[in-house]
Design a protein around this ligand. Sequence first.
Ligand SMILES: [Zn+2]
Length: 156
Amino acid sequence: MGQSKRGVKNKKPRPTSATRARPVCELCAQTGGEILWRDKRCRVVLVAEPDYAGFCRVIWNDHVREMTDLSAADQRHCMRVVLAVEQALRGVLKPHKINLASLGNMTPHVHWHVIPRTTRDAHFPNPVWGKKLRAGQRGAATRLRERLAAELLNLL
Ligand SMILES: [Zn+2]
């Protein structure tokens, strides 16, 4: 046969886009938190962040990488929901500031973080992903989930 010892036959085929296992997207596989509101296009979840009562995410239901992958109407819908969450959090928690963030570096599936901040929270004035400066404030507002869900129903 004349094949050398280093013949191609013994090489494992390189993974191609067709054979490489796609990593499971966390936001496709799971709700991502406790559902406060949802429709066909997106959902609002309350995230279990011990230092941040009221930390919410707006998650687009379809696996879409960037906001500009959405149609203009869907972009408007997404932002309308993000702003409703901001409004609901302001009404219920009276935070010092709301932080809005869309990163998706770890999970490239469109989602917005809507984070109520106080001047004494664990990271203030740093972003919540920055250096922690003090112990976080534990203990959520009473019936936080129900109150936020009711506000969202009102606003959306
Ligand atoms: Zn996804």
